[in-house]
Design a protein around this ligand. Structure first.
Ligand SMILES: [Zn+2]
Length: 230
């Protein structure tokens, strides 16, 4: 489905899509209902609506948890860590947000996660928003091995999956200008690599996905390589 609803409006709805607030998207608009039943779903489906993802408490908790790992101040991070891991924390996550000056950064983080979630949902449901730019321009450059954190260098090419060659396999590292956090970005990255003749590559970081490695078999030229930890 191609929709001309503004992504900002879809995001606004998703921010409210919890409890009794359910949202549905069509080519032209978003509608809201306070409950869902088989009949309602069927009726909306016939009218060309797709249900927007509905946020659970677990989803929102995961977002909070993810934010804790973004906090760079060790002392502050510890307090937040206690809030999300203890059953009866001294202070809850929301209390800590209120007393630190992190509410803006939490809102930005949340918005980013919500946007990525929606973009992935759109990908899964074949929904596109023609003419709307949803992701930044992605660029990749070859990265010096010295700039790659040690723990990420353990993953090494072992053999070529195509010709079984094990000789002369050495990794080549790349860095992208932004972390590749949703399916649209992944598709763009894939295109950029294909332009370089690279079909297979690995992400190195787990939280920030901006470092990659690839390897071309010297014997057959394939990038379909079996990697393993040293
Ligand atoms: Zn090969």
């Amino acid at each position: 489905m191609e929709s001309n609803v503004d992504f900002a409006e879809i995001l606004e709805s998703f921010l409210k899509a919890e409890g009794d607030n359910y949202f549905f998207l069509s080519e032209k608009l978003i509608v809201q209902t306070s409950k869902v039943s088989k009949e309602i779903l069927q009726e909306l489906k016939e009218k060309g609506f797709t249900p927007l993802p509905h946020r659970s408490k677990e989803f929102d908790f995961k977002v909070k948890e993810g934010f804790v790992y973004e906090i760079t101040d060790q002392k502050v991070a510890e307090k937040f860590f206690e809030a999300v891991t203890h059953k009866n924390p001294k202070k809850t996550f929301d209390e800590l947000i209120a007393e630190t000056n992190l509410s803006n950064s939490f809102n930005d983080y949340r918005k980013k996660i919500f946007s990525d979630t929606l973009i992935n949902w759109m990908g899964k449901n074949s929904i596109s928003l023609p003419g709307q730019v949803l992701i930044p321009k992605i660029e990749i450059i070859i990265a010096d091995k010295k700039s790659i954190p040690d723990e990420m260098l353990a993953l090494m090419p072992k053999s070529c999956n195509k010709c079984k060659n094990t000789v002369g396999l050495s990794p080549l590292y790349f860095k992208s200008n932004v972390s590749i956090d949703n399916v649209l970005m992944e598709n763009e990255l894939k295109k950029l690599f294909l332009e370089k003749g690279v079909e297979h590559y690995n992400f190195l970081g787990e939280t920030k996905k901006d470092l990659l490695s690839t390897c071309k078999c010297q014997k057959c030229g394939s990038t379909d390589i079996n990697w393993d930890f040293n």
